[in-house]
Write a protein that binds this ligand. Structure first.
Ligand code: HEC
Length: 98
């Protein structure tokens, strides 16, 4: 059991650019402001149906939208020290059904 857990932790640690804890921390400081409640038409976190049409554009296009800003979303979604990989991880986090 311990070994399995350790393997899991290592797998997560090596595959993600930032840890799950850091990811949630960034989300909670930035994207959450609009995406938790769906302010100004923002697709809601955890509501996969609202993300479907967005995800269909492809991850690169979505990362670009965040980087440049989109209508009511300010450039970089207010996460100024986020990299493109961080945005990708944040988008996957928000689009996953909760
Ligand atoms: C100030 C509010 C606000 C913040 C903060 C914010 N967003 Fe958004 N976001 C929006 C709104 C509003 C839309 C819908 C834009 C539209 O379709 O007109 C949106 C749309 C998006 C989309 C879809 C883009 C597309 O091309 O369809 C993605 C991806 C996204 N946000 C990611 C993020 C991420 C990642 C963060 C945090 C780093 C973030 N947002 C922070 C308001 C915000």
């Amino acid at each position: 059991m311990t070994r399995m857990l350790l393997g899991l932790i290592l797998a997560v640690g090596f595959s993600a650019v930032i840890s799950a804890g850091e990811l949630e921390d960034r989300y909670n400081k930035t994207c959450v402001v609009c995406h938790a409640a769906g302010a100004a038409g923002a697709p809601k976190t955890g509501v996969a149906a609202e993300w479907e049409s967005r995800m269909a554009k492809g991850m690169d296009a979505l990362v670009e939208s965040v980087d440049k800003g989109m209508n009511a979303m300010p450039p970089k979604g207010m996460c100024f020290d986020c990299s493109a990989d961080d945005f990708k991880a944040l988008i996957e986090y928000m689009a996953a059904p909760k």
